[in-house]
Design a protein around this ligand. Sequence first.
Ligand SMILES: NC(=O)c1ccc[n+]([C@@H]2O[C@H](COP(=O)([O-])OP(=O)(O)OC[C@H]3O[C@@H](n4cnc5c(N)ncnc54)[C@H](O)[C@@H]3O)[C@@H](O)[C@H]2O)c1
Ligand SMILES: O=C(O)[C@H](O)CO
Length: 386
Amino acid sequence: MAKPVSIQVWNPNGKYRVISTKPMPGTRWINLLIEQDCRVEICTEKKTILSVDDIIALIGNKCDGVIGQLTEDWGDTLFAALSRAGGKAFSNMAVGYNNVDVNAANKHGVAVGNTPGVLTETTAELAASLSLAASRRIVEADEFMRAGLYDGWLPHLFVGNLLKGQTVGVIGAGRIGSAYARMMVEGFKMNLIYYDLYQSTRLEKFVTAYGEFLKSNGEQPVYWKRASTMEEVLREADVISLHPVLDKTTYHLINKDSLATMKKEAILVNCSRGPVVDEVALVEHLKQNPMFRVGLDVFEDEPFMKPGLAEMKNAVVVPHIASASKWTREGMATLAALNVLGKIKGYPIWSDPNRVEPFLNENSPPPAACPSIVNAKALGLPVSKL
Ligand SMILES: NC(=O)c1ccc[n+]([C@@H]2O[C@H](COP(=O)([O-])OP(=O)(O)OC[C@H]3O[C@@H](n4cnc5c(N)ncnc54)[C@H](O)[C@@H]3O)[C@@H](O)[C@H]2O)c1
Ligand SMILES: O=C(O)[C@H](O)CO
């Protein structure tokens, strides 16, 4: 058993004990909990990733709800501990919840929250940034400059790819994938090809309308295509960005074979989850194809990179920061806190997790609902009429 971890306590006499396994940005989330009679305990332990034992020690004998992080392993052991302590709610401070065993949560009657919507644009902007950084070789050029190697303009110096008129491919055109597609189509006049299990009519309508606008201005229009297979996207796109959920259907979706299907000078961006890409195969592909480039925010074995990746000049790598804008991170903290608070207070579940703005308006109290509970149906929780 790990030794008890250090905590900061807010509102010590609060009736409901809510734990956050990490300090989170902003103070609104703390205030919202305190106003509703919660004692808030924030783990201030220095180590970045808490173990299951650390979290069991935090939960203790009485705990009404926990706000946790995507780095934690929320399986049967933790849900059993939370349930024994009287807890009925857990929320990830993330939209992705592949670190959570939802069946185990169901078994112990614990509601599982996530934070959709508030991070859509911020994450799409990072994917767009990585697309640009990779296509225009920004990191390589920056390193070159700082190393004092620049001794004058040259026709061949850091020549990269023009995005305008090329095709952007999106795999997983949900909230973030669609936002990214719109940025790339509108910002850089790229054509779109996408693959998703579901049709994205809104995205298609957007590209059609933008194409008509360009045409009416005498410019080359843009086009969209919904691919019937992922391979079609891999074959046709010049820049491919991955935005599906991580589950058993998307594990190693990008592997040796799929990499071989892509154009030799293609750009691959991953802001979804690391294991969507077979990173060992990717390193080999980068070695064999120096004109192929990647922009990665996520890694298969975070916080580590597979051997060889750090040395690849044709890879841009950042440490899982896609949702890291101040507004988004504060909003994620708010949504996660309100998921836990709402369940403790017996509120119903918000009917549309794609429309969470009312919870984020600092000038009015949030609706009396849980913004997003992924196992609401399985637990038979009522849906809000608001
Ligand atoms: N890097 C980051 O910091 C960061 C930030 C936010 C989200 N994410 C990741 O992005 C994911 C997507 O977030 P979202 O809000 O857009 O979710 P979403 O549910 O709106 O979109 C996911 C899409 O993936 C599609 N999909 C599922 N299985 C697929 C498959 N086998 N092939 C193709 N498409 C498939 C779904 O139909 C859906 O449209 C999250 O689950 C999370 O893992 C990462
Ligand atoms: O799933 C998520 O929300 C991200 O990975 C962190 O923002």
